[in-house]
Write a protein that binds this ligand. Sequence first.
Ligand code: ATP
Ligand code: MG
Length: 1081
Amino acid sequence: MSKMEVKTSLLDNMIGVGDMVLLEPLSEETFIENLHKRFEHNEIYTYIGSVVISMNPYKSLPIFTADKVEEYRNRNFYELSPHIYALADEAYRSLRDQDKDQCILITGESGAGKTEASKLVMSYVAAVCGKGQEVNKVKEQLLQSNPVLEAFGNAKTVRNDNSSRFGKYMDIEFDFKGDPLGGVISNYLLEKSRVVKQPRGERNFHIFYQLLSGASEDTLKKLKLDRDFSKYNYLSLDSASVNGLDDAANFRTVRNAMQIVGFMEDEVQSVLELVAAVLKLGNIEFKPESRVNGFDESRVKDKNDLKEMCELLGIEQSVLERAFSFRTVEAKMEKVSTTLNVAQAYYARDALAKNIYSRMFSWLVTRINESIKAQTKSRKKVMGVLDIYGFEIFEDNSFEQFIINYCNEKLQQIFIELTLREEQEEYVREGIEWTNIEYFNNAIICDLIENNQNGILAMLDEECLRPGTVTDETFLDKLNTVCAEHQHFESRLSKNSKFLTDHSLPHNCFRIQHYAGKVLYRVEGFVDKNNDLLYRDLSQAMYKANHSLMKLLFPEGNPAKVNLKRPPTAGFQFRASVGTLMKNLLTKNPNYIRCIKPNDKKAAQVFTDSLVCHQVRYLGLMENVRVRRAGYAFRQPYEPCLERYKMLCKQTWPHWKGPAREGVEVLLKDLEVPEDEFSYGRSKIFIRNPRTLFFLEEKRRQCLEDLATLIQKIYRGWKCRTHFLLLKKSQVVVAAWFRRYAQQRKYQKIKSSSIVVQSFIRGWKARKILRELKYQKRCKEAVTTIAAYWHGTQVRREYRKFFRANAGKKIYEFTIQRIMQKYFLGLKNTMPSMSPIDKSWPARPYLFLEGTHQELRKIFHLWRCKKYRSQFTEEKKAIYEEKLEASEIFKDKKALYPSSVGQPFKGDYLEINKNPKYQKLNSVVDEKVLLADVVNKINRANGKGASRIFLLTKKNFVLADQKTGQVKASVPLPDLSSVSVSTQNDGFFALKLKEGTPSAAKGDFLLSSDRLIEIITKLHRTGAASADREPISVDISDEFLVQFKQDKVCVKFIQAGPKNGNSVTCKRKNNRLLEVSVPSP
Ligand SMILES: Nc1ncnc2c1ncn2[C@@H]1O[C@H](COP(=O)(O)OP(=O)(O)OP(=O)(O)O)[C@@H](O)[C@H]1O
Ligand SMILES: [Mg+2]
């Protein structure tokens, strides 16, 4: 036991008591005193069994650090001092290890710290669950959904600077390992009336202020907004800035969070546009305009805001303006249009603003859900976190408070259902002795509100749907008759006469005794808010907006889907969603956090006894402690209990043959657990004190350690033995192989050594013989050499007189002469042809003749060129000069050129002097015709060609009709400035005329001829020949400009694809471009 107490640090250094179950004596005073004492020492958490009471510290405490998370991780619930992390850890582990879906129910009044608690739970779970890139992304998205929803759904109220104005239930989904997969958020009834009006000292939703303070000038300009809050009717000004709230910084946080959650930039923009539109809408004002029928009709006063709003959303201004002045009522195929008076117009405006905002909020939730949705279809474990608006009692309570308080009633109901009633019922079921604890069951209040026949919500719906005049007063009358007898309903005019003189109860109000206190509701607005009416003309106008998000929010405005049925009322919808929520919560294992607000001033260190006492009472905390105290801290069916602890006793280990209950009895007796520490139920064992449980757990842990050691011991022995035997067997095999190998090596070595010795001896013998034989051979050779020299000397001595001293030089010269003779004779026979283009030359026979050989080759070539030239007549010379000039102009510049080389330049192809057909033409030309040929003249309009005769003389060129020979144009050559051709294989050429000359008036000529090379060369030559003008320049380029009358047209040459065939085609593309496509060569 002593060891166990060391670990139970919940009890160590306790301030007051950490678990109210241990409070002695137990009374309301000691309970609150305990809370107070702990609160003063910053111990804000206290347990009642497994329920966590959380006091709002209104200051930051150093107990939410990463170290704290580590401290509480994987620890027993009662092991450390109370903390929200202990509860989160317990829930998470039981979800991960025991596969039980969890829900965390956080209750308490407004400002008690529910939202903060829910965030602590989420951040704890995020910190302890799995890691990895994907998992971290999911976590980050889940956590970042909070700032987004808080910006749009929270507001400053008198009770809380960051009050949630909507209910939120978030399911976090995990896989079997406990890694988060995603989540689903459900939202409940946003308090949308706040959009158009806020009670004194309160603000509109944060986002409006954040946008105006935090957005850049540029964004504001785009949204047509002004930074000044006072410009907007919908923003309350008396508390526009809140202490400790930095709206601008928060705006950046929200934008960043939206990005992390996965909002696209244009989605964020659309949302901000809607926020801006709501602000603009609030500024639209109306004035009456009298009509003939005596009624007033509303008109928009200053259309500027209306205009800007319409521009923002892409709505036609007249449509919206009309919707503020008229209303169309549709019934049974009939449409009646009635006018709206000023009050109705304001009502319509506000209804529209509220609807835009609340629908946008729901859209945000849906959009976030889309992002954080789990990507897998496999089974998921779920942890639900419920943070719903706290119980509210204001000076002036309306429909919203009624709904909020109803929801809190339901949660209290669940709490009662599951902790108090279940607990007691279980004891009865198990046959355990039990003294009944009295507690207040608020089911009766829930019934007053939600009963289908005569519940307040049903009455309200009935009133809203019934024909005839319906007002809030008729609704109250109805309540007065139907609910008069209910003990929690109070109204001045109810049948129950006891309230007739109660002056605290005004006539237009009713009062409900909630579990958390009496609340006075003013009926004004109940019917309207329940109906939640939006004129169809307005929803149709919104649907027509050129704004995709807006269209999406008002699907009923689609004229194709006119639905004459009434939409369900707000109360009905809320009741249904609360019903679903309750059903959902009941399927999960609940964990409770009961938040308490220490004071009404939002101040740290202030503990108002009366306020806390009130909350302790209505939360039923005392009853909770009593039930816990009277009962047992831990219970478990016999089978799993025996299975878990059977190793603690020799009789039950390893197998117990009898019934499980007897096994547990034997076990506990053996362990000497005191008798009053446990009771035997029908199917479960009940353990009174957590300490006994810890004792069992600790024993089990030790025992498991021993068992593990035993298993390890046996396993290690077995492993070592088998390993040893294996080693031994292997050793024998290895040794046998090694010995064989060693013997083999030894034998090989001896064998090879003997061979070496043998070979050395044989070698030595052989070398000895060889030396002998070599010596004999050398002796023989020496004798022969000596004899030869001797004979040589003898002969030289005999013949010396017959040789002359310089015979060597003569022989050399003779040899050279002979070689040269042979070379020249050989060259004569192998001489190349006389053609100047023949490049062949015989190979040289001797290297020393290289210089001579090349020189001879040069001389021979010059000689044969001279011979060749001397045959030329004057005409032929001129032709070759022309060819040379053509080569200078076009070689390597135009693809057409090579094909022209082989063709002689004939000049007059038409034989113009001889052909009688051209007699007329001949008479016009008085000069010698240098060139006459048929060319194609390109039509400037369509690029098609027409045949023309082209004549060139020394002075001018003439274009004439081919058939008649009639002169179409005669241009003096000095008027020609340049000629342009392409680089490609085409015959197009442009004759460009000098600006200002008479010929230039008609524009340049674009012609085409196969003999382009000849024509241009001749043109260029005639230019060069005359001394008085400069030669005509030839531009070769694939793009050039041609002057066609007034226009300059670009002629562009392109390579045609294979499909265009082999012909050159010319097309006029536009008035600036003429495109010639040339087939690729
Ligand atoms: N654990 C805490 N540590 C420090 N301050 C806290 C803590 N819990 C709550 N607060 C303070 O109390 C304020 C109100 O808390 P919270 O918004 O959680 O209340 P709530 O119960 O959600 O109220 P409502 O029902 O109006 O939404 C917080 O803005 C914060 O300033
Ligand atoms: Mg909240």
